[in-house]
Design a protein around this ligand. Structure first.
Ligand SMILES: *Cc1c(COP(=O)(O)O)cnc(C)c1O
Length: 391
């Protein structure tokens, strides 16, 4: 007898692509069970703890009963003011904290919800690939259609808008872009953002720029904010997160800034689904946003040292790898004769080093592998030594 299905999942769940990290988790478990000394470079979650002054700010804030009640969905005004101050200091961008800043329960939350506010069934959304898996899934949940923008080496891992059919652009409601980019680690030039503003203006497209890695940069070259570009605020918003900048992935706080109508739409969804970010976390985040730049420079130096070790090592091994100017990832072509999954599996078996297969970020990522700089420089050196012995 066939097992009886008690409940059938909705097609929006049944149509989900396989979750990338489920396969990787299984490989990890199997390796650990065999007693492998795993060097895990597969996850984009900082290994460095949240700075102590931010943790202390939370300890104080959590004692205050004012913060024990429901927060407002849009965020405390003091938090939104701190975000506006941070934008002014870092990017020389002026934001109205009342209308142009919205708190999020991590930027993933805002990215996942934004299509629900604007995308009708059948509308097109432009989605970069390889890319953050949440973009196409949020489109699927809203009933929209993703039009994939392949990020190729030939185009410097920037989308080629000229290859998108006019008909598609006419039907497009929204687009996602993400620089510094996960997984390719490239930074976009100002001219790219200007092209985005022109395109969005011409076809009435809402631009959603994901800037989660804007503060993880190397060699002192600061990435731009989309909001610095003329006209950006009239066509879109920018997502930001405290997760990567301050090593706060577990805290769940981010924000979106920019066009007030777009933020109002996202806010409408949020008022009906969630109740905002715990105020004590917002208080600690105000402290985070005012962190002395010297401390952040130290974090950047740590990543840069790891980048230099891994980049040099992979080059010596003959891998074709892009030198990251930002983010904490290295994006490398797999050696000839391998596909992404085959190389990752073989590398794990022979060396205990685990990376992420590029095709997990979308079909155009096939033939690549992503290494995360979230293990210490010493362990990174060890990983390079083992790869040299095995490959
Ligand atoms: C890590 C990451 C985020 C941030 O997620 P949070 O929900 O803010 O923790 C957003 N976009 C990309 C591309 C990321 O890699």
């Amino acid at each position: 007898m066939k097992p009886k299905v008690f409940v059938e999942m909705a097609s929006r769940v049944k149509n989900l692509p396989p979750y990338l990290f489920a396969t990787i988790d299984k490989m990890k478990q199997e390796a650990r069970a065999k007693g492998v000394d795993l060097i895990d470079m597969s996850i984009g979650d900082p290994d460095i703890p949240t700075p102590a002054h931010i943790v202390d700010a939370l300890k104080t804030a959590v004692e205050n009963p004012e913060h024990h009640r429901y927060p407002s969905y849009e965020g405390m005004l003091s938090f939104r003011e701190a975000v506006a101050d941070w934008y002014r200091t870092r990017f020389n961008v002026t934001l109205d904290p009342g209308q142009e800043v919205l708190s999020l329960i991590g930027s993933k939350e805002g990215i996942g919800h934004i299509p629900l506010a604007f995308v009708e069934p059948g509308d097109t959304v432009l989605v970069p690939s390889p890319g953050y898996p949440v973009y196409p899934v949020s489109v699927l949940f809203a009933g929209g259609e993703s039009h994939i923008m392949p990020l190729t080496e030939k185009n410097g891992f920037l989308p080629d808008f000229s290859s998108i059919p006019q008909r598609t652009l006419m039907n497009t409601k929204l687009m996602f872009i993400n620089y510094p980019n996960n997984p390719t680690s490239v930074v976009a030039p100002r001219s790219f953002y200007e092209e985005v503003v022109n395109l969005a203006d011409k076809y009435n497209i809402i631009v959603c720029h994901d800037a989660a890695y804007s503060e993880i940069y190397f060699d002192g070259e600061k990435p731009l904010s989309f909001m610095e570009v003329d006209g950006a605020k009239s066509v879109g918003i920018e997502f930001h997160s405290l997760s990567k900048t301050y090593n706060m992935t577990g805290w769940r706080i981010g924000f979106a800034v920019g066009n007030s109508e777009v933020l109002a739409g996202l806010g409408k969804i949020k008022t009906n689904l969630d109740s905002g970010v715990f105020q004590a976390i917002q208080e600690a985040s105000i402290t985070a946003l005012r962190t002395d730049d010297a401390l952040l420079s130290g974090i950047r130096r740590t990543y840069q040292e790891r980048r230099d070790v891994l980049y040099a090592g992979l080059r010596e091994l003959g891998l074709d790898v892009t030198k990251p100017r930002a983010s904490f990832y290295l994006w490398a072509r797999v050696p000839a004769g391998y596909d992404s999954a085959g190389f990752v599996g073989d590398m794990l078996d022979k060396t205990g080093v685990l990376a992420t297969p590029g095709n997990g970020f979308g079909a155009p990522g096939e033939g690549y592998v992503r290494f995360a700089l979230t293990v210490s420089a010493d362990r990174t050196k060890e990983a390079v030594e083992r790869l040299k012995k095995a490959l």
